[in-house]
Design a protein around this ligand. Sequence first.
Ligand SMILES: [Fe+2]
Ligand SMILES: [Fe+2]
Length: 267
Amino acid sequence: MSDVHVGSGLFRQDLLEATIEESNALEPDLVAVVGDLTMEGYRWEFEEAKGYLDQLTCPNVIYSMGNHDAKNVGYRHFEEFFGIREESFEIPVPEGVAKVVSLDSTKPDLDEGEVGREHYRWLDSEFRDWDQGPKILMIHHHILAVPGTGRDVNNLRDAGDVMAILRELKVDMVLSGHRHVPYVWSISGVRIVHSGTVSSMRVRGTMPPSYNVIEINDEAVRINLREPGKDADQPLASFSRKPITTSEFYPDFDRFVLYDRLPFLKE
Ligand SMILES: [Fe+2]
Ligand SMILES: [Fe+2]
């Protein structure tokens, strides 16, 4: 889920409470809350958001920062209420152990985001040799454009470099929010899963508030859309667990474009 937006006049407590109740009934291995917990980054908004989200009974609830959480130096409150802004987790799942990295793509008081070259080596060290289960990146800003959101703005400023790194590191799934429209891309073996706004009426067009229910098993990955308080799930996307691709990429060319480490640290 993402884009909770406590503090907005369009925040809907009933939708968030329904989502928490439904999530608790599902007993998932992981609840990912991918940013924009608040509207203005104010302390009282974080406090209120935590009051709700602490009712999640899942043993693994992971939070990412959103651009709204970075307003008004809100990242200080985020750290106090939700812990450090970027961290890597190892989560037990039926397949083994999932590696989940939550990354702060925000810049204070900017709507746009960036991973930044200084993070590339960290991503590399977390994901490259991980072979115990799914590799999942949580990042608020959208790496790829999301349809049905109007003029495309505010995407990750280093989206191209980040996509190349995610492909190289064979990251299975990216969980993002920010655009308030749920959508899935599967590209070069990387599944980019955007969630809508879970508990606000800051919606676009006819898209209702929603969150995603993601199921990963040995054969398949299924992503269902759920509107809080409604019973029926709608399928959003599904694909084989291991990406099937006929595309070939040529590492010799990648040397011109890949930037995964600081040049002066090169062995
Ligand atoms: Fe948002
Ligand atoms: Fe956002």
